[in-house]
Design a protein. Sequence first.
Length: 201
Amino acid sequence: MFAVSIPPGDDGWCPAGMRVDDTMPDQWLTYTDAAAALRMTPESVRQRARREHWRKQMGNDGKALILVPSDTDRTPPGDTADDTPVSRPVKRPESDAALAALQARLCEMEARAFELRADIERERSERLQERERADRLTEEVTSLARQLAATVQEAGSRESDLREHLAKAREASASDRACAEKASLELLAWKARPWWRRLAG
């Protein structure tokens, strides 16, 4: 900690190049002088003054002055002389545990995705086999239908032939029956003649 003050006889203005020491109260400084006193860059001083709401006014020379409090640290936490924040990684067990849980969950999801892909491939293979089986059955049914149609056509042709033969056989039977009946009648008539006529013919 250090303190800055207005030197005796001065009206609140700090000469250029004046340093802040540990015995001075609040002091008005330019951004450049404050940066040199606080061992910071002028831009860091400007941001710090805005952040900590330091008082600001214009000097007689037209330069902006800021009132640096007496309890101002030379280098505030997180700031360095070249305005480069110090980065100190902090290892958090909670983050490690959460990361491990996420990795485990990711492994589970990848395993599940692999199983689903295997199931999909197996189902696709089964569907292809079923489609091939269905195609074969369709071909067999088509072949049987053709064979059945040919058999029906052949049976119809045979039936037609049988009907024709049956009709001819019936006609022949009727003709033979007529001949037999005629011969029977002639025989009866011949028997009914006297014997002498039968001899005469």
